[in-house]
Design a binder for this molecule. Structure first.
Ligand SMILES: *Cc1c(COP(=O)(O)O)cnc(C)c1O
Length: 400
């Protein structure tokens, strides 16, 4: 038993704002009531704005992001279809694993963990594919294991310049609602996210954005599916209902988190994530440590994966932060275990929280044996935050 707050800086589940938690504390309600659509219909529209789509459909499946991956694949592809994927971290590797389990033929491009999506190689392979054997290209927008954000628009461009009609799938689990994401402009066919990251909710909703082209592909897809059937979902969703019992509490929470995102303005939310992330990165640089991301153009504004010195075990840093300072950071995943710890900086977050994360991280690093100047990371981030325009849209609106 410890006093005070515990601090959660894992890149999902993220901190749930108090107003969202309160919004979820409602009595159970009738999921077939005539006015149930008053709650649900606006959620589809709100989620479309977050994805920046007007032509796509939004679907909510009870499940996590991984469930939404499965829904995306099993509704639009056929057994044995060839798909193009890359591995640049744990989540993109798991996606490949799922595609194989579901019976796709996967052309995998392996790149170092810390690199972005291999757009040039994708373009070369698409150019070679004269008979359009590749049915889909998969992009992990933000690889949460390495803190690498990739350029989705560049992959769209690679498809277009090769006159290739493959579907474009995007894992947006740790980017949607936090990083710039533009479903219509990038002509994304299937984007997948979960409730527990940028949307600041508990886990439990797998969310999909589905283009008209993907819905067309779904009409002839012969992959086996039952629970995740798009057409069952869409039929009921049209009037705000669901084919199975929906998680109503999460919908009330989502209503509130969409309202929060709207009140701040999506552009401001994205700018805030950049501002906060830059402070974290300046802190890491001041410690003399480096990020897993290979180049500054790849830095993720939602999570930083930080390498510890070779003679230090990052698991000690995580344990000390948790046991001594009530604070959770993300662990190093897969081959990065012991070498890396991660600071999640997405969702309901502000400068003071980032300074807390840096302050605890430097104490834990120090106790684990890393030679660094206490206060150096915090000082560097303070210097950055102190110069920034905080952009308080809600206060500004109130003053006008
Ligand atoms: C968290 C995450 C997932 C997995 O989502 P779950 O909700 O845990 O199933 C997939 N991809 C990325 C990029 C993630 O960050």
């Amino acid at each position: 038993m410890r006093n005070g707050h515990t601090h959660l800086f894992v890149p999902g589940p993220t901190n749930v704002p108090d107003s969202v938690r309160r919004a979820m504390n409602v009595a159970m309600q009738d999921m077939r009531a005539p006015d149930f659509g008053d709650l649900t219909l606006g959620l589809f529209e709100g989620m479309k704005s977050v994805l920046r789509t007007e032509t796509g459909e939004v679907m909510f499946f009870p499940g996590s992001g991984t469930g939404a991956w499965e829904a995306a694949i099993s509704n639009t592809l056929n057994p044995g279809d060839k798909v193009l994927m890359a591995r640049n971290g744990q989540f993109s590797s798991l996606w490949v694993e799922m595609a194989l389990r579901l019976g796709l033929e996967v052309e995998v491009v392996d790149v170092p963990w810390g690199a972005g999506m291999p757009v040039t190689e994708f373009s070369r392979l698409l150019g070679q594919d004269k008979h359009d054997e590749i049915k889909a290209v998969f992009v992990t927008h933000n690889e949460t294991a390495t803190g690498v954000a990739s350029d989705v628009a560049a992959v769209r461009h690679a498809l277009d310049e090769n006159f290739h009609d493959a579907l474009l799938f995007v894992d947006g689990v740790s980017s949607v609602g936090s990083l710039e994401f533009n479903m219509d402009a990038w002509e994304v066919d299937l984007v997948v996210t979960g409730s527990q990251k940028g949307l600041m909710l508990p886990a439990g909703l797998g969310i999909l954005g589905v283009s008209e082209k993907a819905l067309e592909a779904a009409k002839t897809s012969k992959m086996r599916r039952a629970y995740f059937e798009f057409s069952d979902m869409l039929k009921m969703n049209a009037d705000g209902y669901f084919p199975y019992t929906p998680p109503t509490q999460l919908f009330h929470g989502l209503r509130q988190s969409l309202d929060l995102l709207n009140a701040e303005g999506l552009d401001n939310v994205i700018a805030r994530h950049h501002r906060l992330a830059e402070g974290i990165r300046r802190g890491v640089a001041a410690w003399g440590l480096s990020l897993v991301a290979e180049h500054h153009t790849l830095y993720s504004d939602t999570v930083s994966a930080i390498r510890v010195p070779r003679d230090i075990d990052a698991r000690d840093v995580l344990r000390i932060a948790y046991e001594d300072f009530n604070t959770s950071f993300g662990s190093g995943l897969g081959p990065l275990a012991g070498k890396v710890f991660r600071i999640g900086h997405l969702g309901d977050l502000n400068e003071a929280m980032c300074l807390t994360a840096l302050s605890v991280a430097e104490m834990a690093l120090f106790r684990a044996g890393v030679s660094l100047q206490l206060g150096s990371g915090v000082g560097a981030a303070q210097a950055w935050y102190a110069q920034q325009d905080q952009m308080r849209p809600m206060l500004r609106v109130a003053a006008e």
